[in-house]
Design a protein around this ligand. Structure first.
Ligand SMILES: [Zn+2]
Length: 70
């Protein structure tokens, strides 16, 4: 994800600002790291440049239970 995305991303749980922790960058792209909510402290991982902003209760579902997976 582009570093500039940090300006518009917000915690899906409480809509607060997110801090970027332990970023691994490639140019202007953040390829991995953790987005940490400044209010509720929830952590959202960035993997392969994609921020995973799913709430934790959805994040750990087996892929086979997601719509569209076969
Ligand atoms: Zn939050």
């Amino acid at each position: 994800m582009k570093s500039a995305l940090m300006e518009i991303l917000a915690c899906p749980a409480c809509k607060s600002k997110l801090n970027l922790e332990s970023p691994a960058r490639s140019g202007d792209d953040v390829v991995s790291g953790t987005l940490r909510c400044t209010k509720c402290g929830e952590a959202y991982p960035i993997k392969d440049g994609i921020p995973n902003l799913l709430p934790p209760e959805y994040r750990d579902r087996p892929a086979s239970s997601l719509p569209g997976a076969h």
